[in-house]
Design a protein around this ligand. Structure first.
Ligand code: MG
Length: 203
């Protein structure tokens, strides 16, 4: 499986990092070795100084697809989850300033924390799902899928132009404002609506 990620998909987050709204979705990948599951702790790596949380809604692909039209995209996923796109922010800034690829700052081991997945039918409207991240019991990030610049069906369609989507692939759909650094002993709790979906520690 592979992990496909969308960057800069919420206007308020683009502003906080002083990026520009791009005319096309920003896309990057993480390998399977990036997965962090089952509420296992995230061990802060030593190759950078500042690791940020980015809470994001996840979509799991359930059907092989290529060149999917947006109106048919909903047939290619039936589960939703939530996760953290861990980012070595200081390293990302260095790489970006040099025009270099993002893998070292985005695709490292355990950089993709994921919850269990639930059927999308649980949610009345896929484009109106609330989610939030609490760090040590305090809400740090809050989003709703209606605030996405590129909605889920558009993302699925766009990605499938470049990458064959396979069963089990996971899409990170971008983060809202409020990203920030993690430190040892932080507790991260991720919610969809009011349901606690993932609860883990930083070590
Ligand atoms: Mg992200």
């Amino acid at each position: 499986m592979k992990i496909l990620c969308i960057g800069r998909n919420y206007v308020d987050h683009i502003k906080e990092l002083e990026n520009e709204v791009s005319g096309d979705p920003v896309v990057f990948l993480k390998p399977e070795t990036a997965l962090l599951r089952n509420g296992n702790p995230f061990y802060i790596p030593d190759f950078a100084d500042e690791f940020h949380y980015e809470v994001e809604l996840l979509v799991k692909i359930n059907k092989l697809g290529k060149n999917i039209e947006p109106e048919f995209a909903h047939r290619y996923y039936d589960e939703i989850g939530i996760g953290i796109d861990f980012t070595a922010r200081d390293l990302q800034n260095k790489l970006r300033n040099k025009g270099l690829p993002w893998e070292k700052c985005k695709a490292f081991d355990s950089s993709a924390a994921v919850s269990e997945f639930v059927p999308k039918s649980v949610y009345p409207d896929i484009n109106n799902i609330n989610f939030h991240l609490d760090v040590n019991g305090e809400t740090r990030q809050k989003g709703n899928s209606s605030m996405m610049i590129y909605k889920i069906d558009t993302i699925v369609s766009h990605l499938s132009k470049y990458f064959t989507l396979k069963i089990g692939d996971i899409i990170f759909t971008g983060t809202p404002a409020g990203v920030g650094p993690v430190k040892i002993d932080d507790r991260l709790q991720l919610f969809i609506e009011d349901e606690l979906m993932l609860d883990f520690m930083i070590k």
